[in-house]
Design a protein. Structure first.
Length: 53
């Protein structure tokens, strides 16, 4: 899979690395700002009570 992605990108190796880094950053931003907050509504925390002695 990674080899196919590498061959699909145009340009010299340094341009491919730059494009891949931008793609990874874009995916990380999308996860943090849209996917994780959306999924948070479906994950209910357990009721945890800590009593003091």
């Amino acid at each position: 899979m990674y080899g196919a992605l590498w061959r699909m990108l145009p340009g010299p190796w340094w341009a491919r690395v730059a494009v891949l880094l931008l793609l990874v950053a874009a995916v990380a931003v999308a996860l943090v700002f849209w996917v994780f907050p959306w999924a948070d509504h479906f994950i209910t925390p357990q009721e945890v009570t800590v009593e003091q002695p």
